[in-house]
Design a protein around this ligand. Structure first.
Ligand SMILES: Cc1ncc(C[n+]2csc(CCOP(=O)(O)OP(=O)(O)O)c2C)c(N)n1
Ligand SMILES: [Mg+2]
Length: 247
């Protein structure tokens, strides 16, 4: 994944796609796509395929609050409800579509989960920064979808700390207030869950520091691998555009 983000030939899309074309079929990840909302019908199609083939699969579709404003959102939810498909929609509502806040894009008081409910889909809204709540809702939604009881929609409230795309902070642009940002910093799900695990005696500080160090080391390793990998051969540019192409 890191090599793909760096545009290197060792990447999962041969370095030709970058962060918008990540894929890992072995892990069951069909891929990211750059067109906002476009993974929703792709996921619904995968769920229809699983249902028609009688496969024991559940499709998870992750989308943003902005993606809920696309036409395919409604078309896909309607079709998923109609066919009772094994799909779970997870809307990460971080209040923004790039720099546009929800209140300039959607009518006041209308929830995204409400839109899904209007399509006849079981829908829940919850605090997306509560790790255990998200786990429980996801587990139950997967069980519902797997059990043939149809699609489930989760709207999870959360927040983006850094810029829309890239590693920097962008609060100086002025599209959101310092107060709002600071309020959400206090709701950091990683720090809150870490504190909770320590408080409840599930793990101690040293243990969690060890987990953090191991994860940081594995990410450093991935970055070093990506940086030292070669760029793709320009002659490969037109290969693998279709599934039957061979490198
Ligand atoms: C069809 C389409 N329109 C516009 C864009 C430009 N764009 C990229 S991300 C984005 C915002 C998406 O917001 P949201 O769905 O809330 O996702 P978030 O980035 O907040 O997770 C937009 C408008 C795009 N990629 N595709
Ligand atoms: Mg958003």
């Amino acid at each position: 994944m890191m090599a793909e983000i760096y545009g290197k030939s060792a990447g999962c899309a041969g370095g030709k796609g970058g962060s918008m074309h990540l894929i890992d079929l072995e892990a069951g990840f069909l891929g990211s796509a750059p067109i906002v909302g476009s993974t929703i019908p792709i996921g619904v199609g995968a769920a229809l395929s699983a249902q028609m083939r009688g496969e024991d699969r559940v499709v998870m579709v992750y989308l943003g609050d902005g993606a809920a404003e696309t036409g395919v959102f409604s078309e896909s939810l309607s079709f998923a409800a109609l066919k009772n498909l094994p799909v779970v929609f997870v809307c990460e509502n971080n209040l923004y579509s790039v720099y546009s806040p929800l209140d300039v894009r959607q009518p006041q008081g209308r929830s995204i989960a409400g839109l899904a409910r209007a399509h006849g889909i079981e829908s829940h809204s919850a605090n997306g920064n509560d790790v255990e709540k998200v786990y429980e809702l996801s587990r139950d939604a997967v069980a519902t979808a797997r059990g043939g009881a149809g699609p489930v929609f989760l709207e999870l409230a959360t927040y983006r700390w850094r810029e829309h795309c890239g590693p920097n902070f962008d609060n100086h642009i002025g599209y959101r207030s310092k107060g709002e940002f600071e309020d959400w910093q206090l709701k950091d799900p990683v720090r809150l869950y870490r504190d909770r695990l320590i408080h409840e005696g599930v793990a101690d500080k040293d243990e969690l520091d060890g987990v953090e160090a191991a994860l940081t080391a594995s990410m450093d390793e991935a970055v070093a691998f990506a940086q030292s990998s070669p760029f793709p051969d320009p002659m490969q540019a037109a290969l693998n555009l279709y599934a039957e192409d061979k490198a």
